[in-house]
Design a protein around this ligand. Structure first.
Ligand SMILES: NC(=O)c1ccc[n+]([C@@H]2O[C@H](COP(=O)([O-])OP(=O)(O)OC[C@H]3O[C@@H](n4cnc5c(N)ncnc54)[C@H](OP(=O)(O)O)[C@@H]3O)[C@@H](O)[C@H]2O)c1
Length: 361
């Protein structure tokens, strides 16, 4: 199963709005006969790729699959049927499918006499599919907030200059994070201050379509000529429902309800969910990131800390709904790794973020 999870991870960034899935088939003697992963939506499922490689050796063998085999005919046929046809005797599943349209594969296999074991390495398999599982279970995209800062938590100097605090290695990793996401979100403050392109500039993009760029801009202030409006990738500008939208934004603007601080962020995420955006990379700035945290809408934090000190200047995070210590946002480290001269931190909220009820979406 650990090998199947590693295979699943190869699909990250390519499969949306589908999950990532990996599969390993053992022949009856326990030798690996076939391996596969789901590489892109509409492409063959992991089980089908692995079964093709295994051929007749799958008969009487065992399939290890990171997600319950689907029982649904979409762009491809049901994997439960493919496993039955191949004569697999046992299927080991890490995570059950929360998608009501596709679930039921385990039950069908059992009905046909296949032994099915579920829950094997479930936590590790959930981790690799965290974005899709959040998308399916909560009705909103999975949100990663990324920041770069000095070790004293500053993201710019006193005069506002900030390029570049972290190393080229850390910045290249941010491009990889963007490439793995369906959408990159930034506040109008960042667009006006830095004029970022927000594109994923990686040597071999895993996805077939460029990452969607989203500017959160209630008063429709994104200037004509802003680099985020160039032709390199599609862009949405989330504006308030009563905003006066200038002509250069009229075809990009999505009108959303207002809330404290600007746009209603839950309405924004519901709109992105509707557009099949499974994963969002929130690139700030501090004001917008604070608002997402306050609303309990951050599922993962990725920080790049440079071995440098500023002492003054804007903090990486703005007001996040904490007025006293008991309201602190507690996180857990999932990863701490050197990256060039910097340190990369991956963290998750200590208690799972509150799922959004269908009423709220
Ligand atoms: N170190 C890093 O990783 C990093 C990353 C990004 C940016 N930055 C730095 O951050 C600075 C800009 O940050 P910023 O805090 O001024 O701006 P920001 O967070 O990029 O944007 C804030 C603006 O977003 C709009 N907004 C709309 N809906 C909102 C909501 N519900 N909650 C909060 N804001 C909402 C508001 O403007 P309206 O009211 O007009 O809608 C608000 O003023 C720049 O200097 C940039 O260099 C650093």
């Amino acid at each position: 199963m650990r090998r199947a999870i590693a295979l699943a991870a190869r699909g990250l960034g390519g499969t949306s709005p589908n999950p990532v899935v990996g599969c390993v088939i053992l022949d009856p003697s326990g030798e690996v006969a076939g391996e596969g992963f789901h590489a892109y939506a509409g492409g063959p499922h992991a089980e089908v790729v692995a079964l093709r490689e295994a051929g007749e050796r799958a008969r009487g063998g065992t399939a290890y699959v990171t997600l319950e085999p689907c029982n649904h005919t979409g762009r491809t046929g049901p994997c439960s049927a493919a496993l039955l046809e191949a004569g697999v005797a046992r299927v080991v599943v890490a995570v059950s499918d929360p998608n009501p349209k596709a679930a039921g594969g385990a039950a069908v296999l059992r009905r046909h006499g296949v032994r099915v074991d579920e829950g094997v390495l479930a936590a590790e398999a959930e981790e690799v599919n965290a974005a899709w599982l959040t998308f399916m279970r909560t009705g909103r995209p999975h949100v990663t907030w990324k920041f770069a800062a000095t070790v004293d938590g500053r993201s710019a100097a006193e005069d506002g200059t900030s390029q570049w605090i972290t190393s080229p290695e850390a910045r290249a990793d941010v491009h990889r994070l963007r490439a793995e996401s369906d959408a990159v979100v930034a506040g109008i403050g960042t667009v006006l201050a830095d004029d970022p392109r927000l594109t994923a500039r990686v040597p071999a993009p895993p996805r077939r379509t460029p990452v969607l760029r989203v500017v959160v801009d209630s008063a429709a202030r994104t200037p004509a000529g802003a680099r985020v409006l160039d032709d390199e990738a599609p862009t949405l500008v989330a504006v308030a429902e009563d905003a006066a939208v200038p002509a250069h934004l009229s075809h990009l603007a999505v009108r959303l309800p207002r809330a404290a601080g600007g746009i209603d962020l839950r309405a924004l995420l519901a709109e992105l969910h509707r557009r099949q955006v499974v994963s969002v990379l929130l690139e700030g700035g501090p004001t917008l990131a604070g608002a997402f945290l306050r609303e309990g809408l951050v599922d993962r934090v990725v920080g790049y800390l440079a071995p440098a000190l500023l002492g003054a200047g804007p903090a990486a995070l703005g007001a996040a709904g904490v007025s006293t210590i008991t309201e602190i946002h507690r996180l857990e480290f999932a990863e701490v790794a050197p990256i060039g001269p910097d340190v990369k931190l991956v963290l998750r909220p200590k208690s799972p973020v509150r799922p959004q009820s269908p009423k709220e979406s």
